[in-house]
Design a binder for this molecule. Sequence first.
Ligand code: ADP
Length: 830
Amino acid sequence: MKTEEWKKRIDNPEEYTTALYQRTDELYQVPDSVPDENGMITCPAMIMRDIVVFPRMVSPIFVVPGPNLDAINYVQKENQTMIALMLKDSDIENPTHDDFLEVGVEIAVGRLLSLQDGNGSALVQGRSRVKIIEIIEKDDFWWVKGQVIEEDETSNRQTEALMRTSRDLFERCVQLDRTLPDEAHLFSINITEPGWLADMIATAVSLPYDERLELLTILDPKERLKKVNWLLAQELDVLQLEDEIQTRVQSEVDRSQREFYLREQLKAIQNELGEGDVWSRELVELKAKVDAKKMPEEAKTQANKEIERLNQMPAMAPEVAILRTYIDWLLDLPWEDATEDNLDVLHASKVLDENHFGLGKAKDRILEYIAVKSLKPKTDRQPILCFAGPPGTGKTSLGKSIAAALGRNFVRLSLGGVRDEAEIRGHRRTYIGALPGRIIQTMKRAGSINPLFMLDEIDKLGSDFRGDPSSALLEVLDPEQNFSFSDHYLELPYDLSKVMFVTTANNLGNIPPALLDRMEVIEFPGYIEEEKLEISRRFLIPRQLEESGLEPDELQFDEVALRKVIREYTYEAGVRNLEREIGQLCRKTARLKAEKKRFTKTLSMAAIEKFLGPPQFFFAEAEREDEVGVATAIAWTENGGDIMPIEVLVMEGKGSLQITGQVGEVMQESAQAALSYMKSRVDPLGIDPEIFEDIDIHIHVPEGAIPKDGPSAGITIATALISAFTERPVRKEVSMTGEITLRGNVLPIGGVREKILAAHRAGLKTVILPEKNAKDLVEVPKKVREDLKIIFVRHMDEVIDIALAPALENGNRFLKRIEEKSKKVRKDEK
Ligand code: ADP
């Protein structure tokens, strides 16, 4: 049986060799059968499956009880040979005569070894090829009549060459095939007959059954040798490939073993030097830290896994630093440590009032939150507040106060200019120098899992090809997801659900809608002068005095002085610059005090100018003359509101319209609309309709470096245009805002409160607003409403009545001249 043969040859090559080559005497004692007068011999048949016995070669066979066994018993008694019949297909169970190869082999059978299970095994030796003539079926076993084939045993030069090639190839096979004993090659050298050599190699090398059968049928020794060579070459290919693989595997194994031994040695050396101790002590300490750290099971497992990896590494390995940093991050992050909330509403209210003046809406919202939380501690949804307003209006500092009131840690992360998602989520550890994203970094700074986390400038978030950070932020701010925030570096879910997020923004319009949707907006309007006075007195001055090392009574700001600082040295919605200026005044005084020079304890006007330099702004800019062609718009900006003069110039030309001053598309369209409106109203306005062909119009919005856009300057542009064409001056104290339609209707606009505050700040007296904006007035402080004359309009005609003064008596006659000139030209043409 094939497998049996294999097994035998692999398991026990030595025994196999003996079986193969030892010319066991008993086999030779069996005489060849003597041919009759026709050269025929008749012998009992041995049916062979899977095994091919070649002449002169010895093979072990395996016999089951049946005809074969009976035949063997018979020939041993008679001391005669048998004829081995080879099955063409070894799978055939009950063969007929046609199923046998036409060439058989006369064999001698050695002593039968009985095996325990009734089977037997014996050595057989091939004698010569026999051409099968007839198969005779008898009771116990079959008989075969065959003609002995005499083989040509001479060799010539060609067969010599073939034999040499065969031996060489065979030698290499023996070297590579570990199942072949070295003596096999030696044996081949001693064979001088080509046919024998072919048969010997065919027996030794592992060949498929059908190849062996074919070799048996090739009667010409030269041809047989050729075929053997071809088979050897193929076998050699396979063996070489096997060998290569084997070598590679071996060298891999060798290398890792080598490394293992070197590591062990290194450890031993480190131990000798006392370094190994330090290293293992460090690891033990690290492990103790992990054990003691309050962290989720998952994180703990991860940390321990990494420590185990560290343990496998020598202390000097380059990965050690990376792994250490990672473990340190896991250890430094707050996973479960939380501060306890102080949910006492009265206490909170006190803290907030102590630090901030005004800001009623924001404070109320916070106190409501605390109240709800104290009544229902298990509220799972943290509100996400968005403080929106110009800079310096107390957004950040209120955030800090809330944290203080609640007894939470406060952290802040500025999102301005963050364009890369990886900045939020971090880089994978595979990158060199990778770190967690900013969220996780900030959480580490927070030191507790429930800090008040301020995300500053959420409206300044960028996005580019490196991914959109706002999508990562969505996950941060979404209560459905943020209990398992994923950071690329950490590779572990991190719970952000206990964090109280507060965002800040100057311009809500720039926040991605999906983000804005998650937040509750609380507006921080700008402050009016009275509020600034109050904030200065209560907070800014005492703080700056203290920071400069002055006693409270050493520098006093009276109201006049403070107003001067506010009006002439600052121009802002918040109080940031104001605080800076106050700080400067305090420091200058402190220096005088330190230099033991004389200084006045009450700040005089002269002292202010001496300390702060000449005034930077001129309050009530509107103290100018009434002017033709210039109207004052009020605009919303990120820094609160601002006033914005709009100039119109008319000159000789060909009817073109030019708009300058970094004006956006919407504002340009609104200028076109204003112009069209005016053209449609030439009659009531008393403008010569033909003049438009002979003039150019230039509209300019100064401060060209700042981009401006939006429709709300519509009525102001129309006013400036009409003023320019009718030569009626615009009243200096009037400011306005509103969109204009082609029919002159005035449409509502946004940002009313900031705009009114800006007009108030600039010292203007009258504000024209669209009627539909009347509802927004409730948000405007009472003091401002009292100081200003606020007029609501529906139509441009009303604006003209309010804003334009009567035409100048002896004003610029420029238009008249052009008018007359063009009339003359036309008359001439006729
Ligand atoms: P923002 O974050 O809105 O830009 P900040 O919170 O940084 O503004 O405020 C700037 C400064 O103004 C801080 O020193 C803050 O204490 C002070 N401030 C602003 N508003 C108030 C207020 N209502 N009461 C007291 N101080 C204020």
